[in-house]
Ligand binder design. Structure first.
Ligand code: NDP
Length: 312
């Protein structure tokens, strides 16, 4: 069994930032990248809102930069998926790719979340070419244009309002005759003159070869089909945190986001810290994820130092 001081699970901005801090602190962190090395940013194009990149940066490039920075200080970054954990006793345990056993003095979880998609072929094909699951990341590219957003929860309402400040017109597709979003968020959407809510409506296809040109929709009450001309297509039907392997040990909310002690990255298990989108369903930005990754590493460092004092 391999023994490590700090095991970092996941490789988005949170995981790599935790690796930068932990390696600079001399803790020799081992980071497993998971099924999608670099995380959600590897499926975005230009990132223009991450401080320090004055001219913007491509998402995959940014994650390569993060990785290199962590490796520069000796972080051991590895391919591999942590397939199970055992936090029932200390030291903590994890299994990689169902075979490699690790005993860890501390674990930093940065497994992120995945946006939910409608599951249409056209949606997948045009992803990053007008199709996006993040209005704050990509809304800017549709300044003065027409966009469609799918969803009726708080996220969709918030993102529709955000888009309305940039786009010419926002069509908000709601599959029922009411919205799930809180009353105040609904009010905000309704107060925007350039948001048109299209009720009882679902998507059949996103139209376009190399960029979004229109969206084919149908009314699920009447069956009537229409085509909405739009250059952007946003999906805001929720996120799924990648936290399934921790559910037997960690406190989570009803959607599976890990609960942390406010103002820290500490979970209900000593030595286990949660960072990034795995514990954040509100901000979900690269910069906030990186910030909590830093918190995770500092909390782990303090935890290990206190443990050492106990043993001394
Ligand atoms: P939710 O699960 O709350 O809402 C998802 C929305 O997407 C629902 O309206 C749902 O429709 C719709 N939807 C799901 N699948 C489909 C589909 N296949 N086709 C069309 N529509 C679909 O997710 P959110 O991301 O909006 O919110 C998650 C949590 O985060 C909530 O607790 C929310 O309150 C919170 N949040 C709070 C914010 C704030 O307070 N400012 C901001 C953002 C999120 P239906 O209603 O018909 O099921």
């Amino acid at each position: 069994m391999e023994k490590v001081q700090v095991l970092i699970i996941g490789s988005g901005p949170a995981g790599y930032t935790a690796a930068i801090y932990a390696s600079r602190a001399g803790l020799k962190p081992v980071l497993y990248q998971g099924g999608q090395p670099g995380g959600q940013l590897t499926i975005t194009n230009d990132v223009e809102n991450y401080p320090g990149y004055a001219d913007g940066v491509m998402g995959p490039q940014m994650m390569t930069d993060f990785q290199k920075q962590a490796e520069r200080f000796g972080a051991d970054i590895r391919y591999g998926l942590v397939t199970s954990v055992d936090f029932s006793s200390y030291p903590l345990r994890a299994t990689v790719d169902e075979k490699h056993e690790i005993e860890a003095e501390s674990v930093i979880i940065s497994t992120g979340a995945s946006a939910k998609w409608l599951g249409l072929e056209s949606e997948e094909r045009l992803n990053g070419k007008g199709v996006s699951a993040c209005a704050v990341c990509d809304g800017f590219f549709f300044k003065g244009q027409d966009v469609v957003i799918v969803g009726a929860g708080d996220t969709a309402a918030e993102e529709a309002s955000y888009l309305a400040n940039l786009a010419n017109k926002v069509y908000m597709l709601v599959r029922r005759d009411e919205m799930r979003a809180s009353k105040i968020m609904q009010k905000r959407v309704m107060s925007k003159a350039n948001i048109e809510i299209v009720w009882n409506t679902e998507v059949e296809e996103v139209v376009g070869q190399d960029e979004v040109e229109a969206v084919k929709v149908f009314n699920n009450k009447t069956g009537e089909k229409t085509e909405i001309k739009a250059q952007g297509f946003f999906v805001a039907i929720g996120h799924q945190p990648n936290t399934g392997i921790f559910k037997d040990y960690l406190d989570m909310d009803e959607s599976g986001y890990i609960k942390t002690i406010p103002g820290t990255s500490k979970t209900n298990i000593e030595g286990v810290f949660a960072t990034g989108d795995a514990q954040d369903n509100v901000y979900r930005q690269a910069v906030t994820a990186a910030g909590t990754g830093c918190m995770g590493a500092l909390d782990a460092e303090r935890f290990l130092a206190a443990k050492e004092m106990e043993l001394a």
